[in-house]
Structures are given as structure tokens and as C-alpha cells.
Design a protein around this ligand. Structure first.
Ligand SMILES: Nc1ncnc2c1ncn2[C@@H]1O[C@H](COP(=O)(O)OP(=O)(O)OP(=O)(O)O)[C@@H](O)[C@H]1O
Length: 483
């Protein structure tokens, strides 16, 4: 293997030498002479020699080890090498290993669907042939952007070129309600995040994600949304951020699932929103359902159950951890009650805890809010209602656009949730509405909207089509922005 690597490396070095000599000669002689020299050099080295004997998968492994720069040089050595060194699988591998992309599929989705910015193209008639080698090169030129997913409970922040968020903070505890359009609060919030990332605001574009709020299709809700938008843009531009892209969390979660249409069920910190989205646009006219139940309620419910069972704990953080580590959603609640469901977990600094029925009774609150004293419809009923509204809205285009249901939010990571939602929808909806429905668990766990933002931030066309610059904002503050 090392011999072969050396041989491949020699080819890279040879290519570097010839390109240097060719370019230096081009400055001193005529174009015709340079072309002739280059041609003869290439003919002389047009075979792959021993490398040709190798099975292509072995050769592919060697190229993977050489890395993208060397492979790009090799691709001009000869025809056979050009073909293998341009193989999309190889460049998908480099996109994953050198540019921290989660998968080739998400790059393909982004470049074919999101690259021309918002509004998204309504219908892509045929999928174009993409060269991932070309995309790799273009993406290498794109400056990294800052991503701030300002969840109402927990903020996740980091760099688009990194694999995952680099930090988190408890938004509500630290900054209060960032959905209320208070300039000073937002300015403090953003300044603190930039400080924690140790980065100057004027260097990179920023992608900001905010929870879906003021969701009604009324004039006053529209005015509140506009006010919040303007406060976000004004606070960031006053900090000299060069360009801002603000998208709501639900739309980003849909992009993370490689979709542009569907229903996003975001189980948030205090409320759950069920958001129909068509071609990247929130269908407020169809109706966003909001249920007054979120992560906080579930933690509170488990705390009460533990207190009733004389399980003592020092901090609410322990209860939250037990919820995350031990709770799950029962497929059949009644049947689960008769099973042995004991399980234990060692919470840091507090020792071992054993939970039993609380493990599935806690998430059951989502389906039976009255368990927690909340008067609201269950999650499944709210989703079914949204599906009905989408069906009868009879919007132009694909009739089944709403049949992909993407779960989002930390609570949506509870094991068994997608299966249970699907089962309940099967019972609640007539077959012509249910057939084709697919419920997808959060594609990137609790950080799903952050990853949706990363997909946008690493586009080969970013920031061009997605961002608003300070100048644009100052000239036209009320321009219709992505929300
Ligand atoms: N694996 C898990 N299982 C269950 N709950 C989880 C899991 N991971 C995180 N959570 C819970 O998710 C909650 C935080 O959710 P999330 O980060 O989505 O909130 P948020 O983005 O601030 O909400 P919002 O959508 O209102 O802005 C916490 O209560 C946490 O305990």
C-alpha cells in the first residue's frame, strides 16, 4: 500500500512540477510553444502505470488518503485518473471529512433546492447532474458563518464549518424572553453570544434562528413579527455584523430533514407548534396550531411524580437528566401499565435513581395534557387538525405536500415518539388523508434547527441569496424577509 501511495504521490509531485514549469514558460514564450510543451509532457505521462492494475476500490482508498488538494492535481495527469479523481463518491467523502458535511444527500439537497435563495423554486422538474468536485471547490471559498439558534429555553451557537454547535446557554434564565422585541435585550443577548464565541461581530455573516411566534394570520400578529424582525436586524447591524439571515426554527428543521414542504412539529421549551410549510414558506393562512405544552411541563410533571414517590433530589437539573435518559413514549399506554418498566440511572453527584411507570407517564402528558392539569388538545389531535387544514386548503402543486411530518425540539428526541404519533394519526384520520404520511424523528436531535442553518450557511452561493446587508436594511427596513 505504501509503495502505491508513493507512486500516486510522485504523480502529484510531477504534476506540480510541470504546472510550475508550464506557467513560468508561458510568461516567456508564445502560447503556441507552451501548449506544445504541455502536450508532449502529458503524452509522455499519459498512462497510470502500475496503478492501472489496481482494483478501482483500492485506488479510491489511496485517493482518499491523499486528500482533496492532491487529488485535484492528479486529475490532470491522465484521462483514466481524471475520471476516478472526479468521482462524486470521492468528493462526497472529502465534503464529509474536510468540510464537516453530515452527508452527500444533504449537500445535494442544499445545492439543488436552496442555492438560489428565498423564495425557493416551486418545482424542480429534473434533478441536475452535480459535480461534487466542483461544489467542493466552490464551498471552500465560502467564508464560514456564525449560527445562533436562539431557542426560547436553550440557545445553541457555533460555526457553520464545524461539525456541531460549539456552545449552549440557557436563554430564558439568562436573558428572559427574547421573543419580545426589546432592542436592549436582544443586543445584550447577541453581544454575549459573540463574546462567548470570542469572535468579532464584523467578520462573518450570521444566521439567526428564532422560535415561531406571533403565528396567527392577523394584522396585529403580522405587526408583532415585523417589530421582532426589525429589532433583531437593528441590534445585529448596530454591532456591525456584515450580513444577516434570519429564519424561523421550524423551517430550518424542515431543511435539516432535506425537505422544503411538510408539517414541522416543534416541541419547544414552553409551547409546541405545529407548522405547515410549503416551499419553505410558513402557511399561516392554513393555520399554525399551538399547544401550551413543552419541555418545561414534562420536567415539572416528572418532578411531582418523583416527589410523590419519595425520590429525593437536589436539583431540577437531575430531574431533567432523568427525563432525557430514562423516559420514553409508550406505543400503547394501557398495555405499558401492566409491564415491568423499572430502569436506573446514575445522576452526577446525586447517585442512582430508579424510575418505573413515570418513564412513560411523563411523555404521555403530550397526548393527555390533563395528566399535568393542562386544558388543551393532545399533540396527536393538534397534528391531525393541521393535516385536515392542509388537505382542505387545496393549495396548488403537489397534493401530498403536508404528508411529511418532521419532529423537532429536544423533547421530540424521546424514544418512540414518531411511532406513537403515526399510530394515533392512523386512528384519527380517514385513509385518504393518512395514506402516505411519514413521521420523521428529529434528524439531528435537539440541535436540528441549528443543522438546518448550517445547510444554508455552507451553500456554495452563501451569503449572496440568503442574507440582508446593513445597507439593504437601512434602505428598506420593511422589506419582506424570510420568516
Ligand atoms: N434526548 C432527550 N430526550 C428528552 N428530552 C430532551 C432530550 N434532549 C433534550 N431534551 C429536552 O429538551 C428541552 C430543550 O429543548 P430545546 O433545546 O428544543 O428547547 P428550545 O429550542 O429552547 O425551545 P423553543 O423551541 O421553545 O425555542 C430540555 O427540557 C431538555 O430536557
Amino acid at each position: 500500500m505504501s509503495m502505491l501511495l508513493r507512486k500516486a504521490w510522485d504523480m502529484v509531485l510531477w504534476r506540480s512540477d510541470t504546472s510550475t514549469s508550464a506557467s513560468s514558460s508561458s510568461s516567456s514564450s508564445t502560447t503556441a510553444t507552451t501548449t506544445a510543451t504541455r502536450f508532449s509532457l502529458e503524452v509522455a505521462h499519459s498512462d497510470m502505470g502500475e496503478l492501472e492494475q489496481l482494483p478501482s476500490d483500492i485506488l479510491m482508498q489511496i485517493l482518499k488518503l491523499l486528500g482533496p488538494k492532491a487529488v485535484a492535481k492528479l486529475s490532470v495527469v491522465c484521462k483514466s485518473l481524471r475520471s476516478i479523481a472526479s468521482d462524486n463518491r470521492l468528493w462526497i467523502y472529502f465534503l464529509q471529512t474536510h468540510q464537516a458535511e453530515p452527508s452527500g444527500d444533504s449537500v445535494f439537497f442544499a445545492e439543488t433546492t436552496l442555492s438560489s435563495g428565498y423564495p425557493l423554486p416551486a418545482y424542480v422538474g429534473h434533478w441536475p447532474q452535480l459535480s461534487f468536485k466542483h461544489i467542493y471547490g466552490q464551498r471552500a471559498q465560502v467564508p464560514g458563518s456564525i449560527i445562533i439558534d436562539g431557542g426560547s429555553g436553550y440557545c445553541k451557537f457555533g460555526w457553520s464549518k464545524y461539525e456541531c454547535p460549539s456552545g449552549r446557554s440557557a436563554t430564558f434564565l439568562e436573558f428572559g424572553n427574547i421573543e419580545s422585541p426589546m432592542y436592549t435585550r436582544l443586543r445584550h443577548f447577541f453581544a454575549t453570544i459573540y463574546n462567548r464565541m470570542q469572535v468579532k461581530p464584523n467578520k462573518q455573516p450570521v444566521i439567526v434562528s428564532v422560535p415561531i411566534c406571533h403565528y396567527e394570520d392577523t394584522q396585529s400578529a403580522k405587526a408583532s413579527r415585523q417589530q421582532l424582525k426589525e429589532a433583531i436586524y437593528a441590534s445585529l447591524f448596530d454591532m456591525n455584523v456584515p450580513a444577516v439571515c434570519a429564519v424561523n426554527q421550524a423551517t430550518l428543521a424542515l431543511y435539516a430533514a432535506k425537505r422544503t414542504s411538510g408539517i414541522v412539529v416543534n416541541i419547544g421549551f414552553q409551547v409546541t407548534s405545529i407548522v405547515p410549510i410549503l416551499n419553505g414558506k410558513v402557511m399561516r393562512k392554513v393555520g399554525v396550531e399551538v399547544v401550551g405544552l413543552g419541555a418545561l411541563k414534562l420536567t415539572g410533571f416528572l418532578r411531582e411524580k418523583m416527589q410523590l414517590n419519595n425520590l429525593t433530589f437536589q436539583s431540577l437539573y437531575t430531574v431533567r437528566t432523568l427525563k432525557e435518559k430514562l423516559c420514553y413514549v409508550a406505543l400503547d399506554y394501557e398495555a405499558e401499565l401492566s409491564k415491568d418498566t423499572n430502569a436506573s440511572y446514575e445522576a452526577a453527584g446525586e447517585g442512582w435513581f430508579t424510575l418505573s411507570k413515570e418513564r412513560f407517564q411523563t411523555p404521555e402528558v403530550l397526548f393527555k395534557p390533563h395528566f399535568a392539569g393542562v386544558q388543551a388538545m393532545g399533540l396527536h389531535q393538534a397534528i391531525a387538525l393541521c393535516v385536515e387544514h392542509c388537505h382542505f386548503a387545496d393549495l396548488p402543486g403537489d397534493n401530498d405536500w403536508y404528508k411529511t411530518i418532521v419532529l423537532s425540539g429536544g423533547t421530540a428526541c424521546l424514544p418512540g415518539l414518531a411511532e406513537r404519533v403515526e399510530k394515533e394519526l392512523h386512528t384519527l384520520l380517514p385513509p385518504y388523508m393518512f395514506n402516505g404520511i411519514r413521521v420523521i424523528p428529529p434528524p439531528y436531535g435537539a440541535d436540528t434547527p441549528w443543522f438546518g442553518a448550517k445547510i444554508i450557511g455552507n451553500l456554495s452561493t452563501f451569503p449572496g441569496h440568503w442574507c440582508v446587508t446593513k445597507k439593504q436594511f437601512r434602505q428598506k427596513p420593511r422589506l419582506s424577509l424570510i420568516w
